[in-house]
Design a protein around this ligand. Structure first.
Ligand SMILES: CC(C)(COP(=O)(O)OP(=O)(O)OC[C@H]1O[C@@H](n2cnc3c(N)ncnc32)[C@H](O)[C@@H]1OP(=O)(O)O)[C@@H](O)C(=O)NCCC(=O)NCCS
Length: 172
């Protein structure tokens, strides 16, 4: 019942609702990158499509797929799949980052989004993905481990919680 797909122009209202929900519950967590709710939404969707192709990338972004988790007419979360790693992603961000709208948590959506992202990772040429999370983020730890993440190391991050580094082998 959850689908993971690229953002569409018709998602505008659902997307704005998810952005606003995140702003209220997790103001420091970036749900939408380089998003201005007052700017043209179709142009934003086009920009994300360009990023997927490695075009119009703001520094230091790498080519990435920005995907939304959709249930019925609601956007319940987002997942970004980075097609390659840079120094920051290798240390902190990993290949995949995700978040679920607070009112939609603990329904299995993060786990399902991560599962669905793995064949997509394969399609962009990845045979294994680095997924990181804060050492104390139990919901994320369980999400990654449910998707067969193998803990590689726990890395200290200045001024933040240590990051767990997991690798998930992408099914062929
Ligand atoms: C972490 C997050 C993505 C989990 O999303 P979710 O949709 O609630 O996760 P799921 O429902 O798939 O839950 C996965 C497992 O974690 C457990 N879980 C979820 N949130 C939890 C919490 N706060 N404390 C303890 N366990 C939790 C679930 O019960 C489930 O365990 P189970 O399979 O044993 O039942 C969500 O809390 C979130 O978006 N947080 C803010 C952003 C964030 O931290 N993103 C991750 C960055 S690495």
């Amino acid at each position: 019942m959850l689908t993971l797909r690229a953002l569409r122009p018709s998602d505008r209202d659902a997307f704005l609702a998810a952005v606003e929900a995140f702003r209220r519950s997790d103001p420091d967590w970036e749900f939408a990158f380089h998003f201005d709710p007052r700017a043209d939404f179709d142009a934003y969707v086009s920009m994300l499509a360009a990023w997927r192709l490695g075009r119009q990338l703001p520094l230091p972004f790498v080519p990435n797929s920005y995907l939304v988790g959709v249930v019925g007419d609601r956007i319940v979360g987002r997942l970004s799949l980075r097609h390659e790693l840079n120094d920051f992603l290798r240390q902190v961000g990993g290949h995949i980052g995700y978040g679920v709208v607070a009112s939609e948590r603990r329904k299995g959506y993060a786990t399902r989004m991560l599962e669905l992202a793995l064949p997509m990772a394969r399609r962009v040429g990845l045979s294994r993905v680095l997924v990181t999370c804060d050492d104390d983020n139990l919901g994320s730890v369980k999400t990654i481990e449910a998707c067969h993440g193998v803990l590689d190391k726990v890395v200290p991050v200045e001024g933040e919680a240590p990051k767990r580094h997991y690798w998930i082998t992408v099914p062929a």
